[in-house]
Design a protein around this ligand. Structure first.
Ligand code: ATP
Ligand code: MG
Length: 547
């Protein structure tokens, strides 16, 4: 974040200069109720990078104050995701570890006459709250005395009431112009098992009460959150002021990040529904914008980070094209990935003038742009596969730079071949092409005579490694004018599987290994690979489809 300035950095700089604080402490506070997605990456990168810039610290804090939604599985996944992105939290904290402290702050508010136990039902509380144009109405229980409130709140903690029977509310102002200030609920009764606290608690603090206190307890200086909390800042400050916490954190909001093609599902709620309904394979389905899915899809943490930094940071929500993320992926993989050959739509080629039974090994660079990547031995013989899309019977126009009858092309890293004859089956499909090759034209021999009609890739056929290729299209058809629910906009062709071949040049295909398949795209080895048949996920095509 050195090069990139943003308004939060300016605030922090200023707070250090004026002595308001002498250290920057930030936190990333996910609720462990699902897996993280790309939007969360903006919050992670922002918090960690800003703190690092000022030699400060960042906590990972699980905001686990609602036992009905939270699970240990998600806690562990979130820790892994952050590590994968390349960040190490200075502390891993749990909001639930502060339940006793939070309870004591509630007692303090009651004693100051700033909180009361209310017997209204959730529906009544909502009816009494008023609207933007209409002030709220005081609850008949609002003026209970301090003793009675202390007694009732203690009873709430001891489990003497049913869920929904009573809540603790702040006593602020039922006609406040900001509805969040109309006596917000601070505690409610939930009789559910908590993933860390077990059955110790039956009352749980609301986010607006717990969050500022968690920040204060940890000594967080700048509490960054997304813009929808802007209207809650006044309550955040009210809690900090009236609880008289030792530290006074400040809340600063930033815009949420949305990405085209995923924006309609980039929320834990929607992701959960897709997973729970079995529409996708799980949270790591490569079509999802979750970090585990992007990892499986072959995205690199570096590309994600560079992308987030490049989107900048402002107070306004932004929607960024998925193309931009793909650009950063290509940039990152360009030099890192071995460039090998795979044929996704195989068409057999027989070189009629090549000796039967001979296998020749061509020494080819692993990545021509990265010398240190070394070289490998690529097999070549009379039998090859090329891609069906690289052949047509008759060259259609001068822009066609591939193989056709009587036309000569270069095979990548190998020889010139010329198509002489196409073989058809009874349905008139081409099954095989007979070609001749020119032994004088081996790649790298300095041959620069005639000009081939393009360069195409191939795989030697007798040793070819059978492989499966997964190609992806957006899972949800993203159209601003389509008002249907996202579940009705599922793209039925979002996962395309092809069976083809990859070159057999002694490369091992281990999970997460990334390759460039020449003239096609970047691919990653998927977890479903077997020793006999590797499975590859397309990370991004080599060229943008939408230019
Ligand atoms: P969702 O809307 O997906 O349910 P959330 O905001 O409820 O996400 P939390 O676990 O509360 O999820 O999020 C942790 C942090 O990540 C919060 O500070 C939140 O503001 C931030 N965050 C979540 N989504 C985005 C996004 N799209 N852009 C920027 N920050 C985000
Ligand atoms: Mg949330």
């Amino acid at each position: 974040m050195n090069e990139i300035s943003n308004f939060i950095k300016t605030i922090m700089q200023n707070d250090l200069e004026t002595g308001k604080t002498d250290i920057i402490l930030t936190r990333f506070p996910p609720e462990p109720s699902a897996y993280l997605h790309l939007g969360h990456a903006r919050a992670i990168v922002t918090n960690f990078e800003l703190a690092q810039h000022f030699n400060g610290k960042t906590n990972l804090r699980f905001d686990d104050t609602n036992p009905t939604k939270e699970e240990t599985e998600f806690v562990e996944a979130i820790i892994e995701d952050i590590k994968w992105l390349g960040y190490k939290p200075d502390n891993i904290c749990y909001g639930s570890d502060y339940f006793e402290a939070t309870y004591q702050y509630a007692i303090k508010l009651i004693k100051k006459g700033l909180a009361y136990v209310d017997d209204l039902s959730a529906q009544e509380i909502s009816d009494y709250r008023g609207t933007l144009n209409k002030p709220g109405k005081d609850s008949p229980y609002r003026n209970r005395n301090i003793e009675e409130n202390l007694e009732l709140f203690k009873n709430m903690r001891q489990g003497k009431y049913q869920e929904g029977e009573r809540v603790l509310r702040a006593k602020i102002d039922m006609s406040h112009p900001n509805i969040n200030m109309r006596d917000p609920v601070l505690y409610r009764i939930i009789k559910a098992h908590h993933h860390r606290q077990g059955d110790k608690w039956v009352i749980y603090p609301m986010y607006d009460f717990a969050h500022p206190l968690q920040d204060a307890i940890e000594g967080i200086t700048h509490s960054l959150c997304s813009i929808e909390f802007e209207n809650h800042r006044i309550l955040y400050d009210w809690v900090i002021d009236n609880c008289e916490t030792e530290h006074q954190p400040q809340q600063i909001e930033f815009g949420r990040l949305n990405i085209t093609n995923t924006s309609s599902i980039m929320s834990k709620r929607y992701l959960k529904r897709l997973v729970d309904k079995g529409i996708v394979e799980g949270y790591d389905d490569p079509r999802l914008p979750t970090l585990v899915a992007l990892k499986r899809r072959g995205y690199t943490p570096e590309a994600i980070k560079n992308f987030i930094l490049a989107t900048g940071l402002s107070r306004i929500n932004s929607t960024v094209s998925s193309e931009m993320l793909e650009h950063f992926l290509r940039e990152d993989l360009k030099l890192k990935a071995k460039r090998i050959m795979a044929v996704l739509n195989p068409l057999k080629v027989v070189l009629t003038n090549y000796p039967e039974g001979k296998i020749e090994y061509l020494t080819v660079p692993n990545n021509v742009e990265a010398e240190e990547s070394g070289s490998r031995q690529l097999p070549f013989s009379k039998y090859l596969y090329i891609d069906r899309n690289d052949f047509c019977l008759k060259k259609p126009n001068k822009y066609y730079k591939r193989l056709a009858l009587d036309i000569e092309v270069r095979l990548f890293h190998a020889y010139f071949i010329k198509a002489e004859k196409a073989i058809f089956d009874e349905d008139d499909n081409i099954t095989e092409i007979h070609c001749t090759y020119d032994p004088e034209t081996k790649s790298g021999t300095g041959f620069d005579g005639r000009k081939p009609n393009g360069i195409i890739h191939f795989v030697e056929a007798t040793m070819a490694q059978p492989a499966v290729f997964n190609l992806f299209e957006p899972l949800i058809i993203d159209d601003a004018n389509d008002k249907r629910n996202f579940l009705e906009r599922i793209n039925p062709n979002s996962w395309i599987t092809k069976k083809g071949f990859v070159e057999n040049s002694g490369i091992e295909f281990k999970e997460f290994d990334r390759f460039q398949f020449i003239r096609d795209g970047y691919y990653v080895t998927d977890k479903t690979s077997t020793p006999d048949v590797p499975v590859f996920n397309q990370i991004v095509p080599l060229k943008s489809k939408y230019k």
